[in-house]
Design a protein around this ligand. Structure first.
Ligand code: NAP
Length: 481
């Protein structure tokens, strides 16, 4: 049976053309779907359609736009099981993880749909008699959304919903490794009756489509999530055109484990943050910094927990860790492990591609644990984006904080401790945008600002009330009556 074709979506029309394959990383002989490869011309048409649709869309009341977002959420909810299953098939994460993510995407649409009735400006008292002054919010215009494969539903949702709520029109360019989850959201936008041209979807090669997007005259802003290298290039190109830009990029996230921590929870939290979703969360822990007093016992317990992780096809019940998203990502992970071997010695757990009947048709890597890692080596410094954890010994809390902050990244960070003073010292001293205490470093919610600091991020935060900062502007009014 031939795979289904998923067209692009431009100006309310489904556009067919030559397609690329979306393969299952757990069984790469299986083609999940064929996605139409957008061309620079189709990207230009999508931006033009978004521009044409802008006046009518921004002219709607906020609650009217919110009503469309509620409908999108309801449609995604009705299709919840199918969309979750497809996410596991295209990205490889386990089915429970996919369900959690699709639920989150639905909640994001409901959250921003509700915000539509509360989305107001600023009212302030004037120093002058009989002067009323206020600032109203207005959309920025046509916004380009470029998304990665690791949260293929939640990230498109957390960009699209606030962009639409604020009255912008959009062009979404999903990751080529997992475009179907984003396509399902666009399908729901279409079925919800969002007017033509308001939402456009162009899949295909990031290089050529990214250039066409950024060069499109009507484009006003870009929201990007992905690697630092691509983010930097986009930033340079966007700045030349004075486009508004928001970048969420890589991390090298630490978890500090102090000697007074609840030992078993700390082991579980570190294993969860490092290895679940195959370490392919931007907020995953890739460095565990463990206080001297419990270091040896902690490493032993973590190694034991890591060995027990069940790796396999995420559609099977009981599987905890799926494959890398594709061959390229798997090779990046294996190369990083090889370099780690050279610089830090043999990992104490894992370190190889998995083989055997359950693994030979997939991109599976063993959850890998390096202990006694020198904080100056690549294992401690460079993002790997796979199931690889480096454990380093810290003399005390102060030393742990120095090690944790010794990174150009600043996305997420975690501490495991029962000491309230240490918690607050961590909160105030840690250079990262997302902090967790006695929880895994990954696993954030949509109601609060999301994003990093240092080289991990640029521009206003995403999600929660902060999301509106990027997607809207102020118009300030002074009025004498
Ligand atoms: P990526 O290679 O940078 O790709 C991200 C998106 O950019 C994809 O849609 C990609 O398209 C597109 N792209 C590639 N080259 C482009 C170009 N020259 N111009 C415009 N767009 C271009 O990143 P990824 O491998 O998908 O995702 C992994 C990275 O994302 C990691 O570094 C991770 O830390 C980061 N991430 C960060 C966050 C966060 O919130 N901070 C969240 C998730 C992921 P193609 O797929 O067609 O190449």
């Amino acid at each position: 049976m031939s795979a289904k074709l998923f067209p692009n979506y431009v100006d309310g029309q489904w556009v067919e053309g030559p397609a690329f394959e979306n393969r299952n990383p757990a069984t790469f002989t299986e083609v999940v779907g064929l996605h139409v490869s957008g061309t620079p011309e189709s990207m230009g048409q999508a931006v033009a359609a978004a521009q044409a649709a802008l006046p009518a869309w921004r002219g709607l009341t906020g609650p009217a736009r919110g009503a469309f977002l509620f409908k999108v959420a309801d449609l995604l909810d009705q299709r919840f099981e199918q969309i979750s299953k497809e996410m596991t098939l295209e990205e490889g994460k386990t089915l429970p993880e996919s369900k959690g993510e699709v639920r989150r995407a639905i909640n994001i649409f409901r959250y921003f749909a509700g915000e539509a009735s509360r989305f107001a400006g600023v009212l302030a008292p004037s120093e002058r008699e009989r002067v009323q002054m206020f600032a109203i919010r207005k959309p920025i215009g046509v916004v380009g959304l470029i998304t990665p494969w690791n949260f293929p539903s939640a990230i498109p949702a957390w960009k699209l919903a606030p962009a639409l709520l604020c009255g912008n029109t959009v062009v979404l360019k999903p990751a080529s490794a997992a475009p179907l989850s984003a396509w399902r959201i666009v399908e729901a936008c279409h079925d919800a009756g969002i007017p033509k041209g308001v939402v456009n979807f162009v899949a295909g090669s990031g290089g050529s489509l990214g250039r066409a997007l950024i060069e499109a005259p009507a484009l006003k802003a870009i929201s990007f999530t992905g690697s630092c290298a691509v983010g930097l290039k986009l930033h340079n190109d966007a700045s030349a055109r004075r486009l508004r830009i928001q970048l969420e990029m890589g991390g090298k996230n630490p978890t500090i484990v102090l000697a007074d921590a609840d030992f078993n929870s700390a082991v579980e939290n570190v294993a969860n943050a490092a290895f679940f979703s195959t370490g392919q969360k931007c907020t995953a822990t890739s460095r565990a910094i463990v206080e001297d007093g419990i270091y040896d016992r902690f490493v032993e317990a973590l190694a034991e927990r890591t060995r027990r992780l069940k790796v396999g096809n995420g559609m099977e019940p009981g599987i905890e860790i799926g494959p890398c998203v594709d061959e390229g990502q798997m090779n990046t992970v294996l190369q990083a492990i090889e370099l780690g071997r050279k610089q830090c010695g043999e990992p104490i757990v894992g370190g190889r591609r998995l083989t055997g009947p359950a693994y030979d048709n997939g991109w599976f890597v063993e959850p890998t644990l390096f202990a006694h890692v020198d904080p100056n080596t690549a294992l401690s410094r460079e993002e790997i984006f796979g199931p690889v954890l480096a454990v380093t010994r810290a003399r005390d809390f102060k030393h742990a904080m120095e090690l944790a902050n010794a990174s150009e990244f600043g996305l997420s960070a975690s501490i495991q401790t029962a000491n309230v003073s240490r918690v607050f010292e961590f909160i105030h001293g840690m250079e990262a945008g997302l902090l967790t205490v006695n929880l895994p470093s990954a696993g954030v919610e949509y109601q609060l600002p999301f994003g990093g600091t240092k080289d991990s991020s640029f521009g206003p935060k995403e999600q929660g009330p902060a999301a509106m900062e990027f997607y809207s502007d102020y118009k300030t009014v002074y009025l004498r009556y």
